[in-house]
Write a protein that binds this ligand. Structure first.
Ligand code: MG
Length: 379
């Protein structure tokens, strides 16, 4: 029977350097409290036991929202310092008699199973395990703005969490050194004479301290997705067609329920497709009279608004218009600029291309216009 490995998440700090509204560990990250992402990473690991979270007494409601529905997670009232919060958390976990414990900063939400496994595995060799990353920048000692010395990087590393410990050793060390101001738990065990060894940390395992850190974590958690769209409208009576929101004079118009802007329809479907939000017909049913003759920029903007509501951003939109006539080239810049305006993005994120089908098929016979689009989004 393997030993139970408990987890203690430290989330009682007030985050004086953060600058957001409220404590950083509850700041929104991808639509959920930052702490929830941290907790989910540990809940998802199959080898772990109870998960205590040291919280500030004022944060009960925030914690309940962040931990809702997560198994094995329970709060412990933290203390005035980080070290005191950890000691109180360890005292609470002692009732479950774990063999090992991982102690982790609540504000490090990008924590993966591989790092957790490395720390646990190394606990076979020493009572304390510390994940570390190299110091890359040159280090200077300064007095105000004046450099007083260059500090050698040799033998220096940066300490991360989760730090792993034999439970009885770290509990005894915290009891023996209560009231000191040590900033991590490895140093508490060191102070008590315990051996701490290192394993490779992870550069993505950022501790969120400032709003800039939060933005970096947001980007590191983003994924890129692609959606495609395709549409066709046939020619009918008229003297102009709408393409990419631009009116282009022509011997015919395009037939459709809305303004029949085939290019914007393909673009709208591409954006919706990139985040699995259905298609243009689902959002704007042709059976609904309110969309009769509607300007299609409303469809495109709506799709983009939905994307932004989901925390996404358009990276690039590439539209291809397929027809013999009218000629698209003279209007290309206007089309790019119009779509950029509709979407509120810079024009370098928009591409409009045109092709013929060499006289073949329905576009070759000039019976209508087809358009296809590819949207790249960051989600
Ligand atoms: Mg259409």
């Amino acid at each position: 029977m393997p030993e139970t490995c408990a987890v203690l998440i430290v989330a009682a700090g007030r985050g004086q350097r953060f600058g957001g509204s409220g404590p950083k560990q509850y700041a929104p990250l991808k639509g959920q409290p930052l702490l929830r992402r941290t907790l989910k990473a540990f809940c998802a690991h199959p080898g772990l036991g109870p998960i205590a979270v040291a919280i500030h007494p004022d944060d009960q409601d925030l914690f309940q929202a962040a931990a809702q529905g997560l198994p094995r997670v329970f709060p412990v009232a933290g203390g005035a310092t980080r070290q005191e919060s950890v000691r109180l958390g360890l005292e609470a976990l002692a009732a479950t008699s774990p063999g090992l414990v991982l102690i982790h900063d609540g504000a490090r939400p990008v924590i993966g199973p591989a790092l957790i496994d490395r720390v646990i595995a190394a606990l076979k060799e020493a009572p304390g395990v510390l994940p570390v990353v190299p110091v890359i920048d040159t280090l200077k000692r300064v007095d105000g703005h004046t450099v007083t010395a260059t500090v050698s990087r040799e033998h220096l590393v940066r300490a991360q969490t989760p730090q792993g410990f034999r439970f009885s050793d770290i509990l005894a060390a915290h009891r023996a050194h209560a009231g000191e101001s040590l900033t991590d738990d490895a140093s508490v065990l060191e102070r008590a004479g315990g051996r701490v060894i290192t394993v490779a940390g992870d550069e993505t395992n950022i501790k969120v301290t400032t709003m800039d850190d939060l933005a970096r974590v947001n980007v590191s958690l983003s994924e890129t997705r692609t959606g495609s769209g395709f549409d066709v409208h046939k020619f009918g009576p008229g003297d102009a067609v709408m393409l990419c929101g631009v009116r282009v004079a022509h011997s015919h118009g395009l037939v459709g329920h809305s303004d029949a802007d085939v290019a914007l329809h393909a673009a709208t479907d591409a954006i919706l497709g990139a985040f699995g939000a259905g298609d243009i017909g689902h959002h704007f049913p042709p059976s609904d009279p309110k969309w009769r003759g509607a300007a299609s920029h409303r469809f495109l903007r709506h799709a983009h608004d939905l994307l932004v509501e989901r925390g996404g951003a358009l990276v690039h939109l590439d539209v291809t218009i397929i027809c013999e006539r009218p000629k698209v080239g003279p209007h290309r810049d206007a089309m790019v600029n119009e779509m950029a305006k509709i979407l509120g993005v810079t024009s370098d994120r928009i591409s409009v291309k045109a092709t013929t089908t060499e006289g073949l098929g329905f576009t070759g016979r000039q019976e209508g216009i087809a358009a296809q689009a590819l949207a790249t989004v960051r989600l």
